[in-house]
Write a protein that binds this ligand. Structure first.
Ligand SMILES: [Zn+2]
Length: 666
């Protein structure tokens, strides 16, 4: 449950993801306090296939769900007639037990609760997902729900105690064999914990059968069994890291010191982390060296004791200490200076790097040819991402709104026009749910996957939410060096506040006749003529020549303003970003007649409520023989040009190449 949104999986003829909007605070309370197996009647509003990503770099939820056998999403209209039922099967009984344990642990203060729930039953509530994010940025997430390391630690501890009391080993093994699979069911599908459980059980069984196997055989058997029980684990970053790291440990030679061991482990996981997140944190190594012993000797024992003594007032004090610890870690994770954006690595390269590190892990000296080849390949790959041979113009598909990314080749300069945004409707406090915006889900993944670590210049066309609604998010989460906008927008209350809040960023207004230079790019400002309020008719309008093509970006400019521009300037255009998402109030006959664009690009959302692009506009485009493409249909639309020759390519994320050279593809 996330505010007023209840989601999960339901079993119909096949597994589906369901989403339900909770209607009242009272209903929310019922769901929140649910602790028994409950049967409900649902009314389906609609069923639709799961949506895949629409821009490069985005998280592919569709693929993720499909691996779990989920292909459709069901929107539920009503969920009622809730009735408590008796659990029948073992898994139902264990599930109810799990909920009781989660509820029991929720009486602990915040951090102890998170520790206990995630470590003991593999549960992290939606509201605390940020905590996991901090841990994963700092590279210590493997200690928590993912690794199962604590399971092995607890088992070792139990063995020591039982041997102290002289309890026969056979008995202990028997009890473990019974309890471990039940515990596996209890924690659900957390890959790392499963790995630990399977490993421990296999070791006991093989010992009972008097079969002696090497550590490597034991690892391989565990891998096989886990793949059979839960194949899904192997396609997640967590599962892959968990197995890769435990494989690596096998190859560390005896007596490797902690510093070198941690360094080697980091080197192994680095390519995978860059593959999935396009970045790494410089502090990972240090945080690991400090945090791993702290986790083993302090956090884990406290977590276990607290789970059995949830009432102790002492825990409030301990919680305060954890609170400052995680506040500090959060500060480190959010500090952009420690983050290095690498861009996306190819699968082949990741495999190559992992294989090289395994040789390195086995080797004895610190500096050798393995480490050298690793460094050359790793940094070569980063350099290719950072100094590309091509430049580009991209209409990022952010749904309804505008967000355009322009990059130049080699010593890359990065320009953005608008940052999109969603119109927020006022909601009651109980119904508020945490949700990221387009910057989190679309823009940042696109930028990071390309290895972009800062924006040299951000243009804001006008004050509408679908253009600048996410301004604060991008300025906080990304390195933006300068913001430019049409003259007059600086008087807007929101912009005023933003300017005050970010004194390190340069803000500048522009008017007709101004020229803006960013690296090799020259932008000519055609509009606004005089100070305005940031309305559609005041939209910042930019004309630029990139390589041999000229581009016109008009924001949401209306036809009367277009005509005023044309009274002063005469110019031809190759590519036109249509004004106002293809609304009929923009892109008039006159503009098309004079500038004669060959391609029109539209940034609009699927089934948007405004009916953009308007049929009238599309008819006008046809009349003037302008070929047009819409992000709603094609996903992100990109135009690439090569620095060394005259090659150019108009390509889209969903449907591939459209135009290559001068040839249009069908
Ligand atoms: Zn707009």
């Amino acid at each position: 449950m996330n505010g007023d949104i209840l989601s999960g999986e339901l079993k119909a003829t096949q597994n589906m993801r369901f989403i339900y909007r909770i209607k009242t605070k009272k209903e929310q309370k019922v769901w929140k306090n649910l602790s028994e197996l409950t049967i409900a009647q649902v009314k389906v509003a609609k069923v639709q296939p799961l949506q895949g990503p629409r821009n490069p770099g985005e998280f592919d939820f569709k693929k993720y769900a499909q691996h779990k056998g989920v292909f459709y999403q069901v929107n539920l209209k009503n969920v009622d007639h809730l009735q408590t039922a008796q659990p029948q099967t073992i898994s139902e009984k264990i599930n109810v037990l799990r909920i009781h344990i989660i509820n029991h642990l929720s009486r602990l203060p915040k951090w102890l609760k998170i520790h206990a729930q995630s470590l003991l039953v593999g549960y992290v509530p939606n509201a605390e997902k940020d905590f996991l994010k901090t841990l994963s940025i700092l590279g210590i997430i493997h200690l928590f729900s993912l690794s199962g390391l604590h399971v092995l630690v607890i088992l070792t501890f139990l063995r020591k105690i039982t041997s102290f009391f002289k309890i026969p080993v056979d008995w202990v093994d028997g009890v473990f064999l019974l309890i471990l699979p039940c515990y596996g069911l209890l924690v659900g599908s957390k890959s790392g914990i499963w790995r630990a459980i399977v490993l421990a059980m296999l070791a006991i069984i093989l010992k009972k059968l008097k079969i002696s196997v090497s550590k490597l055989d034991l690892f391989s058997l565990t891998l096989l069994v886990c793949t059979l029980i839960y194949p899904f684990a192997m396609i997640e970053m967590g599962g892959q890291l968990s197995f890769l790291l435990s494989f690596t440990i096998l190859y560390l030679y005896e007596g490797t010191n902690l510093l070198l061991a941690t360094f080697k482990m980091n080197l192994v996981s680095l390519p995978l982390i860059c593959f999935y997140t396009y970045q790494f944190n410089w502090l990972t190594l240090i945080v690991n060296i400090v945090f791993v012993p702290l986790f083993m000797t302090v956090i884990l024992p406290i977590t276990i004791i607290s789970a059995f003594t949830v009432q102790w007032p002492l825990w409030n004090f301990v919680n305060q200490i954890f609170d400052s610890l995680y506040r500090f870690l959060d500060g480190l994770a959010l500090n952009r200076q420690f983050t290095f954006i690498t861009g996306k690595f190819s699968v082949v390269l990741v495999l190559l790097l992992v294989i090289i590190t395994l040789f390195y892990v086995e080797s004895r000296n610190f500096w050798n040819r393995y480490l050298m080849s690793y460094m050359i390949i790793f940094w070569g790959c980063v350099l290719l991402n950072k100094f590309p041979l091509t430049g580009s113009v991209n209409l990022i598909d952010i749904g309804q709104g505008d967000s355009i990314l322009i990059t130049t080749p080699l010593n890359r300069k990065v320009v953005m026009i608008d940052v999109a945004g969603k119109v927020q409707f006022p909601t009651k406090s109980w119904a508020k749910h945490a949700s990221g915006n387009q910057v989190d889900f679309n823009t940042l993944p696109v930028l990071k996957s390309k290895g972009i670590s800062h924006v040299d210049k951000l243009f804001l066309t006008h004050k509408d939410v679908d253009h600048i609604g996410n301004l604060e998010t991008i300025l906080t989460k990304f390195d933006v060096r300068e913001v430019n906008f049409g003259v007059g927008l600086e008087n807007d209350l929101k912009i005023k506040r933003t300017i005050q809040k970010h004194p390190q960023i340069k803000f500048k207004n522009l008017r007709q006749g101004d020229k803006v230079k960013v690296g090799t790019l020259n932008f000519q400002v055609l509009w606004p003529q005089k100070s305005g309020k940031g309305e559609n008719s005041d939209s910042l309008t930019l004309l630029t020549k990139i390589k041999q093509r000229s581009w016109l970006f008009t924001g949401d400019l209306d036809i009367p303003s277009e005509n005023k521009i044309l009274r002063k300037y005469r110019f031809k255009v190759d590519y036109l970003k249509l004004g106002h998402h293809g609304s009929k109030t923009s892109t008039g006959d006159n503009l098309l007649q004079v500038t004669k664009p060959s391609v029109g690009l539209i940034s609009a959302g699927i089934n948007n409520r405004y009916g953009h692009p308007n049929q009238e506009t599309l008819t006008r485009l046809k009349k003037h023989q302008v070929q047009y493409f819409n992000t709603a249909e094609y996903g992100m639309i990109s135009w690439y040009y090569n620095f060394f020759n005259n090659e150019e390519r108009l390509t889209t994320f969903l449907k591939g190449d459209l135009i290559e050279g001068n040839r249009t593809k069908k």
